[in-house]
Design a protein around this ligand. Structure first.
Ligand SMILES: [Zn+2]
Length: 686
């Protein structure tokens, strides 16, 4: 019903403006015919209006279709160049419009953008399927693949020599088609397409429900301060509110989001999990997790369960010790009361303050947003020699998004946007994306990346700059680490460049940066009081360091619980009606989670696994934590946190994207396989 109305409105709008050429001028089309006319060919955000997206999407899809028709109708025998490489570049325009649209729909969302997203998502899914299931295209790619990779290849036929990156592209492209359904039998192809389209629409609705449910709630307290369900508002409230009933109320408001009501996600989860299973079955896998992990470093669900369960008992053990402390504190306040999840953050924070005399008010003045950002920049400068220069003349989509030129040896190698504060149009959380990835284009020109970092840090006020707590400082370093992965990319083919690595490797560049953020030597340099300019005192550094291991039982347990919950959903082998509330309870009881802790995200708002592509992938935060602690240990062991030789080797990982097998690169850097020792030590579990 809603969709029909929208389509009608869109068509009417097109008809109305069709007669007037001026208003129809689409900046995407102008750019494709020549240039954006901006520095570095940055998309001209000010010129792009919501009504430009649909025509741009449609035209870009048409262009890719024509490019692919040209490949499959080529009378010449398939070669790497006329098939694999031609295919690699076939969707350049579509990638451009999609990057701009989807990035802005995360941070400049509104109803019109949502309408476009709803309209275009199924079209993109169908377009993707048309390509993935294009039999002629796949046969040509397969022919080339077998020339280079099959044991039966005719050794007397002279083949053009391919370099390592080209061989990698060939292999990844072929595998991508197989994973996308190219080998799906003809009688199942229609159903396969339907599944992809339904899954795409459901994930989008899930995300929109979470955003709306989060924005729909507001609690005005007696002193007229406001608490919302965005984390920077909700979490400090839960940590400090002494009124237990009020905590319980806010707890339910947060954790009951999308559990029934106007923005219900329960039914979506049931359908989505079953559709994912059905799709995995069609592709020859017994579970969705099996299908997903086949393309990761972990390879199998067994390996993931094994890795998570190795750490689980240590984490749970520590969490139980924490619980016993908080239970005693609660009993002192309220004799006979039993600790509940809404008490945890409050007593955890209270104990932290008693035991470590460390609280946000003491810490924040040393972590002004400007100082932390500069600290992250300085680490990159010391490691890789690159520098960052703000350029207010560059196009921007919002006055709060600051643009930096990233300079290496006098040359601008990338553009970095940093967008730090909450807006109603912005989804919660923190992330890095690309408006344009690094690549060498078809004409052989190096195209520099345009990277975006988005966060939701407290806004500055008239008399105070934005002051971060220590977690937020780590978040900034984390996202900046992803940004470096995009910015330092030195690849040829776009699909192998930058952060396009297996997702259980993609968090290594980000998480390793947190190690520098928290190291006393580095902290001393960037953490300066925003009023006095004084470096953070040693005593406070020590307190922060001590506090770092505090609470690790809870943090690790809620993270592992969420990771295991994700794995259970995606390890079902039979279609079944899923009641997510019961499923979640059963799964968490099965692993012995204590009732005072819940999964880091409850199912109805677990966006990572139901919308943002971490399905059967939430474990990767733990997986990469093993890697990042092990990797940073190399610098520490060398006696130099900025050891030039190690930095050079690590930069090689950042530059190489997915052009080389990531584990091979990692072993080259570290000289050995990673171990869990550094991680367990840091968490105070060993
Ligand atoms: Zn990350």
């Amino acid at each position: 019903m809603k969709r029909n109305t929208l389509l009608t409105l869109c068509c009417a709008a097109l008809l109305l403006t069709a007669g007037c050429k001026k208003t129809m001028e689409n900046p995407f089309f102008a750019a494709w015919e020549g240039s954006w006319g901006t520095p570095y060919e940055i998309p001209d955000f000010q010129k792009i209006k919501t009504e430009h997206y649909m025509p741009a999407f449609e035209k870009a899809m048409q262009m890719q279709k024509e490019n692919i028709d040209a490949i499959v109708n080529n009378p010449d025998a398939p070669t790497f160049e006329n098939t694999v490489e031609a295919y690699e570049y076939s969707g350049e325009r579509l990638g451009e419009v999609a990057s701009v649209f989807f990035n802005l729909s995360e941070c400049e969302n509104n109803e019109a953008m949502e309408a476009v997203a709803e309209q275009v998502t199924p079209l993109l899914a169908a377009h993707g399927d048309d390509i993935a299931l294009n039999e002629k295209l796949f046969q040509r790619i397969k022919t080339v693949y077998e020339q280079y990779y099959s044991d039966n290849a005719d050794p007397t036929v002279a083949l053009p020599e391919l370099n390592a990156e080209q061989l990698r592209l060939l292999e990844e492209t072929y595998k991508g088609f197989v994973r996308g359904g190219a080998n799906v039998p003809a009688d199942k192809q229609e159903r396969f397409r339907e599944l992809n389209s339904q899954i795409a629409s459901l994930t989008l609705r899930f995300a929109q429900n979470v955003l709306k449910a989060t924005n729909a709630y507001k609690k005005v307290l007696d002193d007229s301060t406001e608490v919302t369900l965005s984390l920077p508002s909700w979490e400090p409230f839960m940590q400090t509110c002494p009124d237990r009933a009020l905590r319980e109320e806010l707890w339910h408001a947060y954790t009951d989001r999308c559990k029934g009501g106007d923005y219900d996600n329960l039914g979506i989860i049931d359908t989505l999990v079953n559709l994912r299973l059905e799709r995995a079955n069609i592709l020859g896998f017994t579970t969705h997790a099996g299908y997903v992990l086949d393309d990761c470093l972990a390879k199998t669900p067994e390996a993931v369960f094994g890795c998570l369960m190795d750490i689980w008992p240590h984490a749970l053990n520590l969490a139980k010790q924490e619980r016993d402390i908080y239970q005693k504190m609660l009993a002192a306040d309220e004799p006979g009361a039993k600790l509940q999840p809404w008490d945890w953050r409050y007593y955890s924070e209270k104990y932290r303050m008693e035991k470590y005399a460390l609280n946000d008010d003491e810490v924040r003045p040393y972590f002004s947003l400007d100082n932390v950002r500069q600290g992250a920049f300085n680490v990159a400068t010391k490691l890789y020699g690159i520098t960052f220069k703000e350029n207010p003349a560059l196009p921007t989509y919002d006055k709060e998004a600051h643009a930096y030129e990233v300079i290496d040896g006098g040359e601008v190698i990338g553009i970095l946007y940093m967008d730090f504060h909450p807006r109603e149009s912005k989804r919660s959380g923190a992330w890095m994306t690309e408006f344009r990835g690094q690549k060498v284009d078809r004409e052989g020109n190096n195209v520099i990346p345009i990277i975006q970092v988005v966060c939701n840090f407290t806004k500055p006020t008239a008399d105070k700059p934005s002051l971060l707590n220590f977690d937020e400082s780590e978040t900034l370093f984390h996202e900046f680490g992803h940004a470096l992965h995009g910015l330092l990319s030195k690849c040829h083919y776009p699909s192998l460049a930058g952060t396009n690595v297996p997702r259980d490797f993609v968090e290594l560049p980000s998480q390793i940066m947190e190690n520098w953020c928290r190291h006393p030597q580095v902290m001393k340099e960037y953490a300066k009081h925003y009023q006095t300019g004084e470096s953070i005192p040693d005593a406070l550094i020590e307190k922060i360091a001590a506090a770092q291991t505090y609470g690790q039982g809870f943090i690790t347990t809620e993270l592992l619980a969420a990771s295991l919950l994700d794995m259970y959903y995606h390890s079902i082998t039979e279609p079944q009606q899923i009641d997510p509330l019961k499923f979640e309870t059963d799964a968490l009881n099965h692993i012995g989670l204590i009732p005072e802790i819940i999964s880091r995200y409850k199912s109805p708002y677990f966006q990572h696994v139901f919308t943002t592509g971490y399905d059967a992938g939430y474990y990767s935060y733990t997986w990469t934590a093993i890697l990042d602690h092990d990797a940073f240990a190399a610098f520490v062991e060398s006696g130099d946190l900025f050891n030039p030789e190690l930095a050079k080797k690590f930069r090689h990982i950042l530059e190489s994207g997915n052009t080389i097998d990531p584990m091979t690169m990692y072993r080259d850097f570290r000289g050995q396989d990673p171990t869990v020792d550094a991680l367990l030590k840091r968490k105070g579990m060993k």
